[in-house]
Design a protein around this ligand. Structure first.
Ligand code: BEZ
Length: 260
């Protein structure tokens, strides 16, 4: 994407992943996402695409349900970990899905908010599905991680850097995402937007190190610890409870849509 191209939305700063750390410290992402499999209702023999599979924890559960699952993620370390689980996983950018009418369903947990050109993603999903295919997903919705996001932006702004410009996330309202799905030919069967405070077992710092890469990358390595300390201090009154535990202010957008 060239910033000079007004017709193509900015796809955002890239995030680099440490798949082993993600698998070790952020198992809750898959644990919370597990109930999304119920909304997907996979049937043995179906062919399903897992879009933004991460380390493949939920992909493996889909495979265990007897479906033929293809997993894609933009990050090579995540794909390597999914492959190490014996999954059929590939490095693919979600904005450029290469599939044509070959899946019964597309599933996605906690990944779509990293793909800022939502219309390009939805168009690729629509192309990938057979007629009547389901698109079932959960992503961060409007208001997601608002306290941390604001603190990160403010910490960069204070340094004369463009905090908002470093923000890699897309957290849509249900109205916004519904409209995009309908414009792409989907019938939306269910859509919910709800808070889900999520316990950060290891505190806020590892969350910032793991998910805040595009913000942290704006400052030289030796300054990052100070920036994260500022962010922790700004977030503590909202995210740290009296017992010292940290809870991220996650807000989810969950939907099931059918290709018409
Ligand atoms: C989320 O799952 O909502 C999320 C995770 C990391 C960064 C931003 C959002």
């Amino acid at each position: 994407m060239s910033p000079a191209d007004p017709d193509r939305p900015d796809r955002g700063p890239a995030q680099a992943w440490d798949a082993e750390r993600y698998a070790r410290e952020f198992r809750f992402v898959a644990e919370y996402g597990r109930s999304l499999i119920g909304l997907l209702d996979p049937r043995p023999g179906e062919r399903i695409l897992d879009l933004g599979c991460g380390d493949g924890a939920l992909t493996a559960e889909l495979a265990a349900a007897g479906v033929a699952v293809v997993a894609v993620d933009a990050d090579p370390s995540m794909v390597a970990m999914a492959r190490a689980r014996g999954l059929d996983a590939f490095v693919v950018n979600g904005h450029e899905l290469p599939y044509e009418a070959e899946f019964d369903a597309v599933f996605s947990n906690a990944a779509l908010h990293w793909m800022r050109d939502a219309d390009a993603v939805i168009a690729g999903v629509a192309r990938a599905l057979r007629p009547g295919g389901r698109f079932v997903a959960e992503l961060g919705g409007a208001g997601n991680v608002e306290t941390t996001r604001r603190a990160l932006i403010a910490a960069l702004d204070r340094r004369g850097l463009d905090g908002a410009g470093a923000d890699p996330w897309f957290f849509p309202t249900p109205e916004d995402y519904r409209l995009r799905l309908e414009r792409a030919g989907f019938r939306v069967e269910a859509m919910s937007h709800f808070p889900r405070p999520s316990h950060l077992e290891h505190g806020l710092r590892p969350w910032l190190e793991t998910f805040g890469g595009p913000f942290l990358a704006r400052v030289p390595e030796p300054e990052r610890a100070a920036l994260m300390a500022e962010v922790e201090e700004a977030c503590a009154p909202v995210l740290r409870r009296a017992d010292g535990s940290w809870w991220a202010d996650y807000v989810r957008l969950r939907f099931r849509a059918v290709a018409t």
